[in-house]
Structure formats: structure tokens, C-alpha cells
Write a protein that binds this ligand. Structure first.
Ligand SMILES: *Cc1c(COP(=O)(O)O)cnc(C)c1O
Length: 444
């Protein structure tokens, strides 16, 4: 199997007639409660390109939401998957075992920060990893309360949507929510005032005060936060904030968890986003990029915490599926061997200055931010900080209909996120940035 030609090619309008036909069938057959960014249907994908059923080659700045960091058909991953499905597809790791699950655990234990004995548990989805990190932290500490941040995204299951901050569409109508989830304010430098150091201190003081006076530190099992908030709008906390929270957690016997499901595994230019801050969490959750596109998630961290739950307390039918594990071993090897964190830094070096150049005085772009290949533009009404979701949508629509797939995000829906595969070619990236620049140019 060869990768599609790495070039943007438009043969029809986007979506084209074949996609439109399929979308009509989808609308009838498939629950309409699922959204879609761009209603095209994909026939093949790889590198930085998605090929749709009309033969259009779209530049991928989404990676299926930060999943296909190694590309959607990395030769090592597809070969590992092919070999594994020929041997066996499933045994149930709770029933009989296979080496690849152990290999994934060993690799994650080695790649994650922290010079202590570590263990890993494998699951299938990101939300499931978060659910389990809560179960583990509660058992280990004998406490109930979970502290999360505003603008957080942790998933769509009952517990994880409770932990997620944004009401519509994630929570609206789905209550009652899970108890014992508390929310502290997230430091959002663009929307808070003052020096970043002061914002870090203020946000930390509010969290510590809330925990001490309203919950009781001795009741808190875990503090769970994204080191860069993805769905919330690629919010990068001010330097020093995560370290203060980690230290407070340590002093109070609280498990400090970094949800690296979106930011982890090379995306931000380091293997984990906490590494930029020198912060060592007790536990780290990973998923999205872990298995090169197959569903696999993990909780990794301090061995004494990871084995606190009695045997049989964790797991699931598909936990650590062997096909996903084979893919993960290949994807993690590619991540290291091809220095994909280095590629993420290169993407930032190319893209960030170009985006920043669009964000001049009186423009619709209030801020360009992010790290590595996790970048974003926040759209506002010119001269103000009033969120302008319509502007973000207009630029995203322009990009999408010109063959550049982008994602919007943000609590106010006014952020465009760039999450390209880390293997994207520089010519493709430059072409995509030209299209985005033209899209920003359409704003009055
Ligand atoms: C996507 C995401 C999740 C949920 O992962 P799913 O696989 O969709 O359940 C949790 N946390 C973060 C930070 C995410 O980006």
C-alpha cells in the first residue's frame, strides 16, 4: 500500500457529488445526534492527506482530533496490524494474555516523566482512561472528591461529561451528573488580566482556597487537568501554574493527574506537555495518538497507586485489544525513531509566525497560541476581546471548501485549532497556511 499523493487536489466542490450521495444515506440511516465537521466521505488517507470518494485530496489539519500523529496509514502501523489480525484479533487480556500489551506498558512506563517505579493499565477510549484514573485515585486515597478546571474536556460518559466544563453540546439535557466533582477556575492568560506570573499565582490561590475551605483537602482524591486544554480552546496555562498545583497535591496527599490524551505523545514538541514545565504527575492518561488510529487508552504512573485497586477491579472486555496494542508498539516506535516531537517543533516554527502575522492590530484574531503541532487562533470582534464564533466559522468554512480540513474549538466556539499529523510535509503545511491566510482575508 502506498500513501496518497501528498498534494492538495480539488476535482469537485467540497463536498463533491459522491460524498453528497453518501451523506444523504447517512442522514437517513445514522443517528443525527452525531455532528460532523465536514460531510465528506474518505476513501484513503496517509501522511498529511485525506482522499475523498470524489477524488479530492484534502490537507489534514485535524488528524481525526489529534489521533493520527504518525499519519493515517503509517507503513509500520499497517504492517503490525496486518500481522496481528492474521494471528488473532482478540483473547481478552483478562482471560489469556499476549506480549504486545506488556510492550505497550513498558514503553509508556519508560516514556512518561518521573524517575520512580511505574505501571500502566490499558483501556479503549480516552473517557475510559479518565473513568479509571478516578477509580484508582479514590481507592488509593480512600477519598471521594475530584477537582477539575473550567474549560476542561475529559469525555462524554456520565462521569467524564460531569468533569467536562462546557454545557452545550456535551451536557445539555444529560443530567443528573455524577457527584463529588468540583471545578476550579482555569488560568486563561488571554482572558485574564495581569502578568502571566500573577495569573498563575491567582489561579493557584483560588484553587487552593477552594479546596481548603469548601471541600477539605483531606477529602480530595485527585486533581485532574489537561496541561494544555484542547477542546476548551488550546488554552496554555501560564508558566509555573501546573508546578504549583502538583506541589499542593503532593503536600496534601492528593493524586495529581495530567490528562495528556490530546497534548501527549509528541504533539506539543516534547513527548508530554508537562515536560515543558518540568512537572511530574503521579498519573498520566493517554489515548488519541497512542495506537496510530486504533482505539487504545492508558493510565500510567506510580506503581503503588496503579496497583491500589484489588485484582479484578479494573478492566473491560476490549481493554488493551491485541490489534490496538500491536499498532501502539509500532506507532510509539515511529514516534521515537522519526523524532516526531522534533517534527512538531518544526511545524510550530513554520506555522506560528505566519499565524501571528495575521493577528495584527485591529484584526479579527485576538491571540495565536499553542505549542508544537497544537496551535490555535482565537477570533474576536476587532479591537475587543468579544468572542467572534462567526468569524472562526467563516475562516474554517473557507479552508474546508478549499481542501484544508480544520477544526473549531473553544468554550465560546471562536477558536480554530491546527492539529496536523506530525508527519505532514512542509510544502503541504505551507499550502494549507496560504489557504487559511486567504480565509482570514475574507473577513470584513
Ligand atoms: C478526547 C479527549 C478525551 C476523551 O477521549 P475519548 O477517546 O473521546 O473518550 C479526554 N480528555 C482529553 C483531554 C481529550 O482531548
Amino acid at each position: 500500500m502506498s500513501q496518497p499523493v501528498q498534494q492538495r487536489i480539488l476535482k469537485t466542490a467540497i463536498p463533491g457529488p459522491e460524498s453528497a450521495k453518501l451523506h444523504q444515506r447517512r442522514t437517513k440511516a445514522f443517528s443525527e445526534s452525531f455532528g460532523v465537521t465536514l460531510p465528506v466521505f474518505i476513501e484513503s488517507a496517509g501522511g498529511g492527506i485525506l482522499v475523498d470518494v470524489d477524488g479530492n485530496h484534502l490537507i489534514d489539519l485535524a488528524s481525526g482530533i489529534a489521533v493520527t500523529s504518525v499519519g493515517a496509514s503509517h507503513p509500520k502501523v499497517t504492517e503490525a496490524v496486518r500481522k496481528q489480525v492474521e494471528r488473532f484479533t482478540h483473547t481478552g487480556f483478562l482471560v489469556t494474555q499476549y506480549e504486545s500489551a506488556v510492550q505497550v506498558a513498558e514503553r509508556l512506563n519508560a516514556l512518561t516523566p518521573g524517575d520512580f517505579e511505574k505501571q500502566t493499565g490499558l483501556f479503549s477510549t480516552g473517557a475510559e482512561a479518565i473513568e479509571n484514573v478516578v477509580k484508582i485515585s479514590r481507592t488509593y486515597t480512600g477519598r471521594d472528591a475530584i477537582v477539575v478546571l473550567s474549560h476542561a474536556y475529559h469525555g462524554r460518559t456520565l462521569l467524564t461529561m460531569t468533569m467536562t466544563a462546557k454545557n452545550a453540546p456535551y451536557k445539555e439535557g444529560f443530567g443528573p451528573f455524577a457527584p463529588e466533582v468540583y471545578r476550579a477556575p482555569s488560568p486563561y492568560p488571554y482572558r485574564w488580566s495581569g502578568h502571566p506570573d500573577d495569573i498563575a499565582q491567582q489561579a493557584f490561590d483560588q484553587l487552593a482556597d477552594q479546596i481548603t475551605t469548601q471541600i477539605g483537602a483531606h477529602n480530595v482524591a485527585a486533581i485532574i487537568m489537561e496541561p494544555i486544554q484542547g477542546e476548551g480552546g488550546v488554552i496554555v496555562p501560564p508558566a509555573g501554574y501546573l508546578a504549583k498545583v502538583a506541589e499542593f497535591a503532593r503536600e496534601n496527599g492528593i493524586v495529581f493527574v495530567a490528562d495528556e490524551i490530546q497534548a501527549g505523545l509528541g504533539r506539543t514538541g516534547d513527548m508530554f506537555a508537562v515536560n515543558h514545565e518540568g512537572v511530574v504527575p503521579d498519573l498520566i492518561t493517554t489515548a488519541k495518538a497512542l495506537a496510530g488510529g486504533l482505539p487504545l487508552s492508558a493510565v500510567t504512573g506510580r506503581a503503588d497507586i496503579m496497583s491500589a485497586v484489588p485484582a479484578g477491579g479494573l478492566g473491560g472486555t476490549y481493554s488493551g485489544n491485541p490489534v490496538a496494542c500491536a499498532a501502539a508498539v509500532a506507532a510509539l516506535d515511529a514516534l521515537v525513531e522519526e523524532d516526531l516531537p522534533g517534527r512538531a517543533r518544526r511545524i510550530e516554527a513554520i506555522a506560528k509566525p505566519r499565524l501571528q502575522a495575521l493577528a495584527g492590530e485591529g484584526s479579527h484574531i485576538g491571540e495565536v497560541r499553542g505549542r508544537g503541532a497544537m496551535l490555535a487562533m482565537e477570533f474576536v470582534e476587532p479591537g475587543t476581546k468579544i468572542p467572534d464564533a462567526a468569524a472562526a466559522k467563516q475562516v474554517a468554512n473557507h479552508a474546508n471548501s478549499n481542501g484544508v480540513l480544520t477544526l473549531t474549538a473553544g468554550t465560546y466556539g471562536n477558536v480554530i485549532r491546527l492539529l496536523p499529523p506530525l508527519v505532514i510535509g512542509e510544502d503541504l503545511l505551507t499550502d494549507a497556511l496560504d489557504v487559511i491566510e486567504a480565509g482570514v482575508g475574507t473577513l470584513a
